[in-house]
Design a protein around this ligand. Structure first.
Ligand code: ADP
Ligand code: MG
Length: 532
């Protein structure tokens, strides 16, 4: 009786795609995501202008930012976007590379599937290929020391090329390297650690990008609250307060009930006394600087000024935390909690002339620095900040691991050749999959060539030839089209950027290739696909 009748096991709001259709859908999605960012790869890559639904404009060359702003829907595509996000979180650079690589791995998988190679064979081949790739990378990587400022600067430079901030690259690279070296702890290559939270990036609209500077201390984008306060203090003893410096209504009300004008006078008198007491307590603690996360009542400001105290209010929570860290102080709720141990210390605090900035320098904790960026527009500053963030992360990667590889499509070409050789030793169907894996790397030199206006096939062939002839650092000079030694050209990147990109791109491709059934619950309707 049941014969021929479909058995419904899914709710009607679940959309199901199966078999070849599911595979195709994921391959298309991965390729589409890769295509969306590939034109930005490399120094001559283009920028994208993105406009959000609320009208905010972002101009960027940064893969992770582009994908983030795109709000992708397709489940397979979302996984690819996650590759970029992980790359950004883990290493801070190489997001476009990782994304383009997944696209390429899926394209190769598509070819294999068309030849009836089973998804499991593909996934296994990719796994073997990845292990080989990591071994080859390790063999190619060059050691770099903490003292090697010159190469660290080149690493920062490489991460920043192609962003619309070329003009200040040199200055900014120097600042970044100094900042990261300043906060690094440990000794010996591979034994350093850098806590990114020790480096704060601050931006200020106005002045030009050339006015970027490294401040060994804290920068807060607030002026002092009251003109009568000193605009600078030395031997800064800094009170860090989380609560407003005012008399709360309930405090006063519980004390007096106003029924006559005399009492009203007493009330204001008492309120003034309470406010003065707040300022007195702060002064008595020995503080000469106040950072308050909330507001400071006018009367408190007045008394603080009388005591020669520099105060700023409405400080952002993250700035409070960074200040506590840098000044070795503790954020407290009430003035009575201020004492020699909760106060932070620095050599000086001052309001930078003609700005809205307070700078606290010569902090007790020398491992806290601020990179202050300036620029004529917020749009430009945002992109500069992203570039500086990337640069700081790659310098951190290089210092922590003590290893770098050469860029410009060099490492990828070497990987392609060596993994192909390895595939030949494996044989069988797996060989096909490993070869496909190897070929996927060609997308990097090809895209670099394409984005620079050169013939992609010519350049890929020339690169392979150079590498086959033993030039293992040969890469593409994206400005002249020449095949040159990238190590000499100073185009170098931390090994971690490549290892992370290869790992997450491969793992995601393996995951996607194995999917042959997709069940998507439609938004807005409750219910997960479940057997009924
Ligand atoms: P990602 O988001 O992957 O970091 P980028 O747009 O920063 O993407 O491009 C990185 C690629 O550009 C890397 O392959 C790197 O080796 C290459 N590259 C960077 N600078 C140069 C250069 N001066 N010459 C050639 N290639 C370069
Ligand atoms: Mg980059």
């Amino acid at each position: 009786m049941l014969a021929g009748q479909p058995i419904i096991i899914l709710r009607e709001n679940v959309e199901r795609t199966r078999g070849f259709e599911a595979q195709r859908s994921n391959i298309m999605a991965a390729k589409a995501i890769a295509a969306a960012v590939r034109t930005t790869l490399g120094p001559r890559g283009m920028d994208k202008m993105l406009v959000s639904s609320s009208g905010d404009v972002v101009i960027t060359n940064d893969g992770a930012t582009i994908l983030h702003e795109m709000s992708v829907q397709h489940p397979g595509a979302k996984l690819v976007v996650e590759v970029a996000e992980t790359q950004d979180d883990e290493v801070g650079d190489g997001t476009t590379t990782a994304t383009v690589l997944v696209g390429s791995l899926m394209e190769e998988a598509e070819r294999l599937l068309a030849q009836n190679v089973h998804p499991t064979v593909i996934a296994n081949g990719y796994q073997l290929g990845m292990e080989k790739a990591l071994a080859v990378l390790d063999d190619l990587a060059i050691t770099i020391g903490f003292e090697d400022r010159e190469n660290l600067i080149k690493i920062a430079d490489t991460a920043m090329t192609g962003k619309s901030i070329e003009a200040v690259k040199e200055k900014v690279s120097n600042i970044v390297v100094d900042a990261v070296r300043q906060v690094a702890t440990g000794t010996g290559a591979g034994a350093y650690t850098v806590d990114e939270d020790d480096i704060k990036i601050k931006t200020q609209v106005g002045d030009t990008m050339h006015d970027a500077e490294l401040i060994r201390g804290v920068v807060i984008d607030k002026k002092r609250v009251f003109e009568q306060m000193p605009d600078a203090v030395t031997d800064a003893r800094v009170a860090l307060l989380a609560q407003p410096l005012e008399v709360t209504k309930t405090q006063v009300k519980s004390k007096i009930k106003i029924t006559s004008s005399d009492q009203m006078k007493a009330f204001t008198e008492q309120e003034r006394e309470s406010l003065k007491k707040i300022a007195d307590q702060i002064a008595a603690s020995g503080a000469n600087v106040v950072l308050c996360q909330k507001g400071i009542a006018d009367a408190v400001q007045y008394y603080l000024a009388k005591s020669g105290i520099y105060a700023i209010e409405d400080v952002k929570e993250e700035d409070m935390k960074f200040a506590a860290r840098a000044l070795c102080g503790t954020i407290v709720n009430k003035p009575e909690e201020l004492n020699a141990t909760t106060l932070g210390h620095a050599e000086a605090a001052e309001e930078l002339p003609d700005t809205e900035l307070t700078v606290i320098s010569g902090c007790d904790n020398p491992k806290a620095v601020t990179i202050l960026l300036r620029g004529t527009s917020q749009l430009l500053l945002d992109e500069l900040e992203r570039a500086v963030y990337d640069a700081a992360r790659v310098v951190q990667d290089a210092i922590e691991d003590g290893r770098f590889v050469v860029g410009g499509g060099s490492v990828e070409t070497e990987l392609q050749l060596r993994i192909r050789d390895y595939a030949a030793t494996v044989g069988g169907r797996a060989q096909l999959a490993i070869e496909a894996f190897a070929n996927a790397f060609e997308v990097i030199p090809r895209t670099l060539a394409e984005n620079s206006g050169f013939d992609t096939i010519d350049k890929a062939v020339a690169l392979r030839k150079a590498h086959a002839d033993g030039a293992k650092y040969a890469g593409l000079n994206v400005y002249t089209g020449a095949i040159v030694d990238m190590r000499e050209a100073g185009v170098i990147e931390p090994e971690r950027v490549k290892t992370q990109a290869i790992k997450s791109a491969t793992e995601t491709a393996m995951l996607l290739v194995r999917v042959d059934d997709m069940m998507v619950t439609q938004a807005g309707k409750p219910g997960m696909p479940g057997a009924q």
